[in-house]
Design a protein around this ligand. Structure first.
Ligand SMILES: Cc1cc2nc3c(=O)[nH]c(=O)nc-3n(C[C@H](O)[C@H](O)[C@H](O)COP(=O)(O)O)c2cc1C
Length: 343
């Protein structure tokens, strides 16, 4: 039940809610978000300084990441006793998501809140065990969102052609120097770098030893596109299923909604003990995405996220920047010249 209350919400509660939002996944763990606190609302804005020009030139992955943070924020707000009313202001001048918070009783998503900090991208081979039909249905329910289509693939005959697209995307990416350079710039090979920067992909979460930055770079640059493609194909074969998130429209609002849908599925999967990892390569390489669109019988709809799911041990978690580094002053509304507020 909703009650009117214009009392300002305690700032420490707002910051706790934002903490859970920051645990959301993001492409290369760039965490491309900024949050503005007001008395009864939180606004999310993109931080374009953290975009990925090579792998994500149209910023769709950036907006999907904002959608993931939004979903966590709404679930966490509920946990702290607040319902959310979301407004999207997505013209090119001021891209923002405004979440008005009002005291509200009842918390149907508590089981999802409980796993926000446990969810992780688990990049390792899985054990191949099938997922019970009831759990697959629960993922389908969690995925439901306006403008977003969701498909699951469990049969080897459905998965095999998708592996070919993944391999093709993987080969293109690892054959592209700019892609490799961008990727390497976001890998924290050394523990001290991962800890102090609090972002990026880190060696431990990818199952590699901590090494000096120069050595890590050398390893990545020595890998061949064929080796990478085979490694990813083997990882998919060890998985129980593939899932695809498809945007009915290619616009920012649909990208954000797709992120919300993905994050809900990722949390639901985590609650069910199911791990997930992205194999997005064919979504990121437009020439391969077009082939995949045809294969899936799509017309203008865009397959934007491809993931494998299954069962495996967890890996060490990836890092996040502290909340104080993702807050900015409400006075500033442009992406230039943020004032960072320390708390
Ligand atoms: C839009 C989006 C795209 C992503 N693409 C990839 C990808 O292509 N390959 C991959 O291994 N992980 C991908 N990820 C996973 C991120 O790297 C991961 O979320 C991030 O490193 C934080 O780690 P965590 O999910 O374990 O918290 C993607 C995540 C998002 C939200």
């Amino acid at each position: 039940m909703q009650t009117e209350n214009k009392q300002p919400i305690d700032r420490s509660t707002l910051k706790e809610i934002i903490y859970y939002a920051t645990l959301a996944p993001s492409g290369h763990n760039t965490q491309p978000w900024l949050f503005t606190l007001e008395d009864n609302s939180i606004t999310i804005t993109p931080d374009f300084r953290r975009h990925l020009p090579v792998v994500d030139p149209d910023d769709h992955a950036l907006f999907i990441s904002l959608g993931c943070a939004l979903e966590n924020l709404v679930i966490a707000a509920q946990h702290f006793g607040y319902g959310s009313e979301i407004r999207f202001d997505l013209d090119d001048e001021s891209e923002k998501i405004i979440i008005e918070l009002r005291p509200e009783e009842g918390n149907p998503d508590e089981h999802l809140f409980e796993v926000i900090a446990k969810r992780q991208s688990t990049r390792r081979n899985y054990d191949g065990k099938p997922i019970p039909a009831g759990d697959l249905e629960a993922l389908e329910v969690a995925a439901q969102k306006d403008g977003v289509m969701f498909r699951l693939f469990t049969e080897p005959s459905e998965i095999e052609p998708l592996i070919d697209f993944v391999k093709e995307g993987n080969r293109l990416q690892f054959g592209n120097k700019d892609f490799v350079n961008e990727l390497v710039s976001w890998i924290r090979f050394k523990k001290s770098a991962a800890e102090s920067l609090g972002d990026g992909l880190n060696s431990a979460s990818m199952g590699a030893p901590w090494v000096p930055q120069w050595l890590g770079k050398l390893f990545v640059k020595m890998t061949t596109s064929e080796k990478e493609a085979q490694k990813t194909a083997d990882a998919i074969k060890s998985s129980s299923a593939l899932m695809i998130f498809i945007a009915e429209k290619d616009d920012k609002l649909t990208w954000i909604r797709l992120g919300q849908s993905f994050e809900r599925v990722a949390l639901k999967a985590t609650a069910l003990g199911i791990k997930h990892a992205h194999v997005n390569m064919p979504c990121e390489e437009v020439s391969v995405r077009e082939k995949m669109q045809k294969h899936l019988g799509l017309k203008g709809e865009q397959p934007l996220l491809l993931l494998r799911i299954g069962y495996a041990e967890a890996r060490p978690r990836s890092y996040r920047r502290p909340v104080k580094e993702v807050l900015h002053s409400p006075e500033r509304s442009s992406t230039k010249g943020w004032i960072f507020v320390g708390f």
